[in-house]
Ligand binder design. Structure first.
Ligand code: F6R
Length: 263
């Protein structure tokens, strides 16, 4: 795992977009794993700008999103399908037929999850997975005690997640109680993971995810097992990290990051 600390949320999101863009230019038919949430919206704004101004091409890429609420139709503006259409898919030249999200309205949700795993396999696996982190440490909707080998499945949302997403639904009690999500094992199978976290409210959980013991109580800790995982944080989200000086030194000195140091 590598940790990159940027001065503010804007430059952290910009860095994530540039990391993704570099990989996409090297492999235009990349299979992208996508996330939703407030943090990711800034990344999608940067990608849209890079598409408009720097010809970043999504026409050959395929995407799989991490998760979707159970019981929300894709036309519902709060569904992750709708969110993705608004923030990314309508802003770049991606073929919508190449974008896949779990169907929260499927008659058989378990079968939908199995088909999703199969579809990821048929696409050759996910090359690049974008991740956010919930305040309780989830990646995707892998709530506390998610098995570290779990695959795509239906998950009950934890009270903290309901609270975190209450604003989108006009109150905690209105947030769907269940979601379909890639499993921790599904995420660990991706060839590259990049997690973005910004703001002081993520500082505690980032310290636990990066420097704490691996535990199913905090699914993000499983990323310590991933061979190629980059965690990008702003100064605030980095404020509880013990090893911050070391992480800064790596970023300042490793040739891999030379192109990315300028803000
Ligand atoms: C959503 C997802 C979640 C979010 C996380 C952070 O697709 O995978 O794990 O990334 O809840 O959400 P924000 O960015 O709203 O704090």
């Amino acid at each position: 795992m590598e940790v990159i600390i940027r001065p503010d949320a804007g430059s952290a999101a910009n860095l994530v977009a540039r990391i993704l863009a570099k990989d996409l230019r090297a492999n235009p038919s990349m299979v992208l794993g996508l996330a939703t949430g407030r943090t990711m919206e800034a990344v999608y704004r940067h990608l849209a700008m890079m598409h408009r101004e720097q010809n970043l091409d999504f026409s050959l890429s395929r995407t799989f999103n991490l998760d979707e609420y159970a019981g929300l139709p894709p036309s519902d503006p709060r569904s992750y399908r709708s969110t993705m259409n608004t923030h990314l898919f309508s802003q770049v030249n991606i073929d919508l037929r190449n974008t896949r999200l779990l169907d929260g309205m499927a008659a058989d949700l378990d079968a939908e999850c199995r088909l999703y795993e199969e579809a990821i396999g048929k696409a050759g696996g996910i090359d690049f997975q974008l991740l956010g982190i919930g305040r309780a440490g989830h990646i995707g909707f892998n709530e506390p005690l998610s098995a570290l080998r779990s695959r795509t499945r239906v998950k009950a949302l934890a009270p903290m997640t309901l609270e975190q997403n209450a604003a989108f639904f006009g109150g905690t009690e209105r947030v769907p109680r269940r979601a379909l999500t890639m499993g921790v094992g599904t995420i660990l199978d991706c060839r590259r993971c990049v997690l973005l976290a910004t703001g002081r409210e993520k500082a505690e959980i980032i310290a636990k995810a990066v420097e704490g013991p691996i535990t199913a109580m905090i699914s993000a800790t499983a990323l310590q097992l991933h061979a190629r995982c980059t965690v990008v944080v702003d100064q605030e989200a980095a404020s509880r990290l013990q090893g911050a000086d070391y992480y800064r030194w790596i970023f300042a000195n490793e040739p891999e990051w030379a192109d990315f140091r300028a803000l």
